[in-house]
Design a protein around this ligand. Structure first.
Ligand SMILES: [Zn+2]
Length: 199
């Protein structure tokens, strides 16, 4: 199994930061992606980050990178996780907090399985904050016409994780702490591992 990690946005993507600017989404997700890569490799997994660059790499380029690997080794032997931070308050501090996981509208049963494993683990680890948990145990953008490009455009099972709200002051402090980072890395390691073992 080849595990692909995507770290969302780039340093040149506007607005993706906490209101005080201390948490930059591109930086946090790269940090977590790197730690996750190290942790999974230590367990013997085949891991690749699809965006080693710091700048923003367009969705189509990222999808092409993933799909080239899928073509090489077979899409069923690949899994993709895209790492993000959530925000809701348009540049001011808000009250929403907690982890959530998304799949695309055309998600395969394996994408949904991985997402629900993430949600179960996040509940166990008390990481879901005050977010409601959908019955399906994953979110889609079904209430809009939009879909999530990196999930929609890739051939393998894929989920997008929103790792807490960077515009919640309390959660932002936690996300920036060593414990917060480790908690979210651990969540990803365990969920990915449980998913692979379930196949
Ligand atoms: Zn994001």
């Amino acid at each position: 199994m080849k595990i692909l990690i995507d770290n969302g946005h780039g340093s040149d993507t506007l607005g993706k930061q906490s209101p005080d600017g201390l948490l930059k989404e591109y930086k946090w997700t790269r940090d977590i992606a790197q730690r996750l890569e190290t942790a999974l490799k230590a367990k013997g997994y085949n891991v690749q980050r699809i965006v080693p660059e710091t700048n923003d790499v367009p969705i189509t380029t990222r999808c092409n990178r993933v799909n080239a690997i899928c073509k090489q080794v077979g899409a069923k032997n690949v899994v993709l996780v895209s790492i993000h931070n959530n925000a809701v308050s348009n540049g001011s501090w808000g009250t929403a907090k907690g982890f959530s996981v998304f799949v695309s509208k055309n998600a395969s049963s394996n994408s949904k399985k991985l997402a629900s494993i993430f949600t179960d683990e996040a509940i166990d680890r008390k990481l879901t904050g005050n977010r409601s948990i959908p019955v399906e145990k994953y979110w889609t953008w079904s209430w809009t016409k939009a879909d999530i490009g990196i999930l929609k455009g890739t051939a393998c099972p894929a989920v997008l994780t929103e790792n807490g709200f960077m515009d919640n002051k309390e959660e932002c402090d936690y996300l920036l702490s060593e414990k917060g980072k480790q908690d979210f890395v651990d969540l990803h390691v365990v969920a990915i591992e449980k998913y692979i073992k379930s196949l």
